[in-house]
Structures are given as C-alpha cells and as structure tokens.
Write a protein that binds this ligand. Sequence first.
Ligand code: HEM
Length: 316
Amino acid sequence: MQEISLQVILSAVFGLDQGQRFDQLRKILTSLLDSVGSPLSSMLLFFPSLQKDWGPLSPWGRFLRLKQQIDQLLIAEIQSRRKQVDPNRDDILSLLLAARDEAGEPMTDEELRDELLTLLFAGHETTASALAWALYWVDYLPEVQDKLLSELKALPDNADPSAIARLPYLNAVCCETLRIYPIAINPFPRVTKAPMEIMGYQFEPGTVLLPSIYLTHQREDIYPEPKRFKPERFLERQFSPYEYLPFGGSNRRCIGLAFAQFEMKLVLATILAHCELKLVSNRPIKPTRRGLTVAPPGNMQMVVTQRRQQKTPVMV
Ligand code: HEM
C-alpha cells in the first residue's frame, strides 16, 4: 500500500516522476519513515531530549542524514524545474513555482522544499495505513466484502473515477475504516488565545488543548457499539465535524482530505475488482504506533488467493 500511495503522491506533486532522482527519492523517503516507524523509534519524534546526533549509526543521526539527502534531491529537482518552466503543467510543484505573494515575490527554494517534503511526508503513509486497514476489514468481515463487491459489480463498464468515488457503500466502508482506528489519534495541538469555556471547563489563554479523535470516535452515544466495524452507520446518518474528525478540524484541517478520500476509494475499488485477498492469520489485529500515526502492525500479511475477472473498474 505504501508503494501505491508513494507513487500517487509523487505524481501529484511532481507530475512526471521517472528517473534516477525519483528512484532515490522513493527509496530514501521510505527509509526515513521506517527509521521512526517502530513503536520504540517513534519515541524520537515525541521526546526532543532523545534527538541527539551521535553519528550515522545513532537513531537520530540516521534520521538527520536521510533528511539531508532528501533535502538535496528536492532542491536539485526544484532548481532543474525553475530552468524549464512549462505553463501547461498542473502538478503541485508547477503551481507552487508559479505562485506569487502579495508583494509579487515567488517562493524561495527552501520554502518550496519544505512544502514538498510536508506533502510527501504527510500524504503517503497516512493513506497507505488507511488502505491497509480497509483491506483488513473487508477480509475480516465477509458480509462487508459481499456488499462492496455487489456495489462494484453494478457499475457500468469503464466507470469514470468520480462515479466510483460516489458509491455509497464504498464511501461508508472508507469512513468507518477511519472512524474505528483513526490514523491520527489526535490532530495537532491548539493553544487558546482568549479565555474559553468548553462544556463547563474554563481555559485560560495559552492553554494547550489536544482533542482526541480516537476517543470521540469511540463515544457510545454517537456510535452505538463503537468497537464494531459497521459501515451502515454512515448510510443511516450524517455526522457533524465535531463527531467525526479523522482529518482534524477547523481551518487547519488536513489539506489532503479530498485527495486521500478519493485515492482510498479508487485504490480499494481497483484492488477488489482485480484480486481476492486473504489475511494470512485469522487473529484480530490491533493497531500499533508508527511514527506520528497509528497503523496496522508490520506483521499483518495478506496474500492474493485469486485473480478476479470483474469487468469494472478502473485504473490499473
Ligand atoms: C487517510 C489519510 C489521511 C489522514 C487520516 C490525515 C489526517 C490528518 C490530520 C488528523 C491532520 C491534522 C489536522 C488538524 O490538526 O486539525 C492532518 C494534517 C495535514 N495533512 Fe493529512 N491526512 C491524510 C492524508 C493526507 C494527504 C494525502 C495529504 C497531502 C496530499 C495530507 C497533508 C496534510 C497536511 C499538509 C497537514 C497539515 C495541515 C495544516 O497544518 O494546516 N494529508 N492530516
């Protein structure tokens, strides 16, 4: 799933993404995420006191060196793209290169690099974990799989991507996947600027507030039987942004929300239309810490048991 989502985000950000520079970028980006991916090494991200560069073999030293290599690759790409501006391109880097601030100034190489790295970093592992969970639930609950397959079968030949994205049950499966085990347990912290009251609690200016996405999604009064995977809840009612917030909220809500939802649906529909996947073990799987996110454990394995001849959909 990581390979798929990396490919997707690289094409969205850079348009064409072939060649040696991109092969290196793919490899190093994956190593960077892996270097803080285990439950233990994830602690590096949360405790600044552990962030000590004791050489290339120390965990933080390795992280910094990988980050430096990515920086160099990104700067090299930015500089080569500045030299050959193509007004017809609509990838994110082209749009950022063309952007001007209020004073008519373009972004510097460093600003562009930081934006690109944020998108690559935030935009691929999250979606990959969400997809892995979706495949897990679809296999773990055969009735969910049956309903999803019949919805996909009813699509016309060569259905276009937006028709797939509008499928109600597929949407419900993706929503429930992100409800039951949100990839981000909480959004970024907020700091109150003025005195504030929330449900009878008083908060002084400067208070750090950290809403819990996970606990909100587990509230029995909003989601009866919260531990059960039930896509139907999303067919039966609409949840407010205060009840359902896998992408955070307010003006700092995830910038990739629409992109991620669209990608999840298309990838899931494509995989299910073409292959039957089975979990290697029948034991229920528990989420584990992976960097800043929470994901299926690395030992969750699925195998392709059959190729399907389904006529629909989509992109392969
Ligand atoms: C299933 C996939 C994803 C999930 C669950 C997810 C979740 C989140 C969450 C919870 C936040 C914090 C929002 C807040 O503090 O209110 C966030 C922020 C962000 N996400 Fe995502 N995200 C996903 C995919 C993506 C993708 C595909 C991209 C890029 C294309 C992306 C880019 C970002 C960025 C740039 C921010 C920071 C926004 C800001 O601070 O203004 N995310 N995401």
